[in-house]
Design a protein around this ligand. Structure first.
Ligand code: GLA
Length: 703
């Protein structure tokens, strides 16, 4: 809808008589809002050019036509001070033509104008908040042609005699009323619940947010554009996990908002990009892209612009999909759609491919002879008698629109399953099964195993017997690969079945197996990266603490910790590491397996933490058995020296920072800790905890 139409509309619902009396903000967002926001990608690095450039890109990419119609300027658009009349002022350097101009330009493009403010004394970025300026700010926004307000919840003061819940409610009520008083149709996005995530009041804050506004951020921020791919995926997975439990708290026109779509940002795999868009659509979440749209990859554009997936999100029933089946590393979600179809998503949250199987009944469809499955990404259309199944790659989501009823000659729904039948380490021997879930038999079936260069599958092609409807056929295949390098190597291997259905059509289905090879490091020291300790003459930042600071090599030397030196403490003995910088980071415990020999009563560790955590150590013995123990150390500067049962080994006087040595009034310790060994057994290897805050400088079997 263009701004012209908006302006010509009659006034919004008449405002209630007294402030604070808002009972129900109008339904300005009958379907989940869609658009773009600068925050995740740009943060404060915005100006008129970036905003209007991205707005233009929404139009030229075709995304605007598909519903992405609101451009929201997030934090940092303001000057530090209000003007003499108390009005907010756009930063004149960043927005030389002011905000009314931005509104006009966006409206000319047929887009809506969204703006960020805060319900407290200051925004999260430290710019003037709206507290006490509700009507003045709302009127100013309306005069700029603003169509959407995101009101954040940083710096909301607690009021004497009130709970935080009440203080927040008062402020958001005031803005809700002020926006109503403008008589402009302004979609209201509330951030209050995000400040109550994890508290007992979370649900009640969401409850009043659903009265006062149209959508609400209820949890943690999604990762930023400059974060790593793994961090972005972890944040998508986390925001999914808290949002997926809240379907009872939304309703049409009142939307849970798990934050921005990251499609387009570097670092995410195509499957991860697609997963986020599919899962957000299943949850009827706002689809708000935050990326540089002027250089969107074709993969990201295809994921954001998939009309069939958008239709699931925007479905007029407005129901948030629910988890109908949950297993190890996977969820099945189901969402009823207008007209009787059901959207069903098979989400593999694990790091390895798996076949996820559910049924139409489990997904809430009524019983009927057959169902049509439309894969909304691949566009493949198949028929099933009820089983809904697919081999889903790691972090991927397969999204079907399921329609009760199926044409007789429809291609049958099929799925491949890999089963590891070898006891040895991967790669090994696998049983690969092709299942026919449709109503017609499969013939001329050939299974081909596609391996990467240097890998083999024996046999690489197999002819399978004919498969009756509802039946399966299997083949056993041995996969071999080159010896991996120390550490963990992940190799996908794909099986593709080609077949002819009795109806005469040929078709294919693929299924992946994720082969994870773990090759122990020959020793801890061989893979040791001196990122935990840097020389004071070296300005390259170390990274012991995740913030660019490390132990000082000089301070360590003063305490006797030089390359190869024997460190004896608490009855334990170690050799201080000496490997060159640039080797794989092995000082931060990320689940590495280290080769070690010998027999003893305990495994001794020398280390420290940049955090406050403990994690399991697994010891593997030469007879193949294992034992486990917990390992943690005190924080390098700031925890009791006996945390997690550790003992102080020695302390150093200061740390090293990118600008040289720094003494923050504390010393930096190194500690010992132990994990018991099974008496009489010979150690073969040790697997460190998967807890990067734990740093291990040395380990040894203590006789
Ligand atoms: C909070 C919000 C983000 C963004 C920033 C701006 O963190 O949750 O979405 O608006 O503030 O400072």
């Amino acid at each position: 809808m263009s701004a012209g139409t908006l302006a010509a509309q009659p006034a919004a619902a008449a405002p209630p008589a007294s402030p604070g009396a808002v009972t129900q903000y109008p339904d300005y967002a009958p379907t989940p809002p869609m658009g773009w926001n600068d925050w995740s990608y740009y943060q404060c690095g915005i100006d008129e050019k970036t905003i209007l450039g991205n707005a233009q890109a929404l139009v030229t990419t075709g995304l605007a036509k598909k519903g992405y119609d609101t451009v929201t300027i997030d934090d940092c658009w303001m000057s530090q001070q209000r003007d003499a009349q108390g009005n907010l002022v756009a930063n004149p350097t960043l927005f030389p033509h002011g905000m009314a101009y931005i509104g006009q330009q966006l409206h000319k493009l047929g887009l809506k104008f969204g703006i960020y403010e805060d319900a407290g004394t200051a925004t999260c970025g430290g710019f003037p908040g709206s507290l006490g300026h509700w009507q003045q700010d709302a009127d100013l926004f309306a005069s700029w042609g603003v169509d959407y307000v995101k009101l954040d919840g940083c710096n909301v003061p607690s009021k004497a005699g009130e709970t935080d819940d009440q203080s927040y409610r008062d402020t958001y009520t005031a803005m809700s009323q002020a926006l109503l008083n403008t008589h402009h149709r302004i979609t209201f996005s509330i951030s209050a619940p995000a400040y109550f995530q994890g508290t007992a009041n979370w649900d009640s804050v969401i409850g009043w947010s659903a009265q006062l506004g149209n959508l609400w951020r209820e949890g943690a921020d999604i990762a930023l554009g400059q974060d790593t791919g793994p961090d972005k995926w972890a944040s998508i997975d986390y925001n999914y996990s808290y949002n997926v439990g809240l379907p009872a708290l939304q309703r049409p026109g009142r939307w849970n908002d798990p934050d921005f779509l990251l499609a387009g940002d570097s670092g995410l795999s195509p499957d991860e990009i697609q997963s986020q868009v599919s899962l957000w659509s299943m949850m009827a979440a706002p689809l708000i892209s935050s990326t540089d749209l002027t250089q969107l990859s074709p993969t990201a554009l295809a994921a954001l612009g998939n009309r069939d997936v958008i239709a699931v999100d925007q479905d007029r029933l407005g129901v948030q999909g629910r988890v109908v089946q949950h297993g190890t590393g996977y969820d099945v979600l189901s969402k009823p759609l207008a007209g009787g179809d059901q959207a069903v998503a098979l989400f593999n949250s694990s790091d390895t491919a798996q076949t996820i199987t559910t049924t139409a009944a489990q997904a809430g469809l009524h019983a009927t002879a057959g169902y049509t499955l439309e894969d909304l990404v691949s566009k493949q259309v198949t028929g099933t008698t009820g089983v809904i199944s697919a081999d889903v790659p790691p972090h991927a989501t397969v999204l079907y629109r399921v329609h009760p009823g199926a044409a007789r000659d429809l291609a049958p729904a099929t799925a491949i399953t890999w089963q590891d039948v070898s006891t040895a380490q991967q790669p090994g021997t696998y049983r690969i099964t092709l299942a026919d879930h449709g109503t017609v038999a499969l013939g001329d079936t050939r299974l081909r195993i596609n391996t990467p260069a240097g890998w083999t599958a024996t046999p690489a092609t197999v002819t399978l017997p004919d498969i009756a409807p509802g039946g399966t056929a299997s083949a056993t295949v041995t996969v071999r690969g080159p010896q991996g390098t120390p550490g963990t190597t992940v190799t996908p291997v794909t099986a593709t079945a080609g077949y002819r259905a009795r109806s005469g059509r040929t078709d294919t289905v693929s299924g992946e197996q994720t082969i994870v090879q773990v090759v122990p490091y020959p020793s801890l020291a061989a893979a040791y990266n001196n990122v935990g300790a840097t020389s004071e003459s070296d300005t390259t930042p170390g990274n012991f603490d995740g913030g660019g600071d490390s132990y000082s090599t000089q301070a360590l030397a003063a305490a006797g910790a030089t390359a190869g030196a024997t460190i004896s403490a608490n009855g334990l003995s170690f050799s201080w590491p000496s490997a060159a910088a640039g080797t794989a980071d092995n000082v931060s415990a990320t689940g590495q397996e280290i080769t070690l020999g010998g027999q003893g009563h305990a495994l001794g560790f020398l280390g420290a933490e940049a955090g406050f955590t403990a994690g399991p150590v697994t010891v593997t013995y030469t007879d193949g058995t294992t034992s486990t123990g917990q390992l943690g150390f005190p924080n390098w500067c700031c925890a009791p020296t006996d945390a997690y049962g550790a003992k102080a080994a020695f302390t150093t006087g200061h740390r090293d920072t990118p600008t040289g040595p720094a003494d923050f009034g504390t010393s930096y310790g190194v500690f010992t800790n132990t994990v018991p060994l099974t008496p009489g057994k010979t150690v073969r290897s040790v697997t460190l905890p998967d807890a990067p805050a734990i740093h291990v400088f040395a380990l040894s079997v203590q006789p």
